[in-house]
Design a protein around this ligand. Structure first.
Ligand code: SF4
Length: 229
């Protein structure tokens, strides 16, 4: 190993360290909600920059929805931001339909094993006319998911039990997104907040029903009792 290679920093480690420092300061100074909004904006800026210089172009576009039938993992703070967005932007009939769809999906998922959940092909309750109705606040898992070839997404949608269909990621976009999220989660963890992973529908069902999960989160307790890992 040469001295120059030992001095070279992994760019993804740098992203994690930088995001951790900024998000930790933001969380302590402004609270977790502002820290999350700012962190999600930074992630979008990084993604745009990488996409503009990536060697392979993205196949993802509005109206393409194959990946919106997958199981979505989310974190508590993301779920609360989505609920606030729904309350501010959805009209009463759309909000009522959302609550029904979320409850139906959560019930179906409860009846399935973790392996079966991966191939359930349930329509995301936020998918409207082929588009994400919460695009600006969609979970990080959706933000890091992307493809350079739509055929793999289509095949995975049409053959949900085949979990070996290869994806077509832009590696630097995926790893930069993961590194960014790792930094943010470390900052929340260091501040004492719940960083468990929850299934989106099940957590939303509880967060839409009442404010108990959010109150628990703000008291630095596990937000969704009985869910997550
Ligand atoms: S939240 Fe939006 S992007 Fe994510 S699965 Fe649902 S519709 Fe698709």
């Amino acid at each position: 190993m040469t001295s120059s290679s030992t001095n070279m920093k992994n760019p993804f480690t740098e992203i994690t360290q930088r995001e951790h420092a900024i998000a930790l300061a933001d969380t302590r100074m402004h609270g977790w909600q502002q820290a999350l909004a700012a962190s999600q904006k930074r992630q979008d800026d990084i993604s745009r920059l990488i996409v503009s210089t990536a060697s392979s172009g993205l196949a993802c576009q509005a109206g393409c929805w194959y990946c919106c039938y997958f199981k979505v993992d989310a974190h508590a703070e993301e779920v609360f931001r989505i609920v606030d967005y729904v309350k501010a932007k959805f009209n009463p009939s759309r909000a009522a339909r959302l609550q029904e769809d979320v409850a139906a999906n959560a019930k179906t998922l409860r009846s399935l094993s973790p392996e079966q959940q991966l191939s359930a092909n349930l329509k995301c309750p936020f998918l409207d006319d082929g588009k994400c109705s919460i695009y600006d606040v969609r979970p990080a898992r959706c933000k890091t998911f992307h493809a350079t070839d739509v055929d793999g997404c289509k095949q995975a949608y049409e053959n949900p039990t085949n979990l070996n269909i290869p994806g077509s990621l832009v590696p630097e976009l995926f790893y930069a997104g993961e590194a960014h999220l790792k930094g943010f989660r470390q900052a929340l963890d260091d501040s004492g907040y719940d960083v468990s992973v929850y299934e989106l529908n099940s957590a939303l069902e509880m967060a839409l029903a009442d404010a108990t999960p959010k109150r628990r989160f703000e008291k630095r307790k596990r937000a969704f009792v009985g869910l997550g890992r």
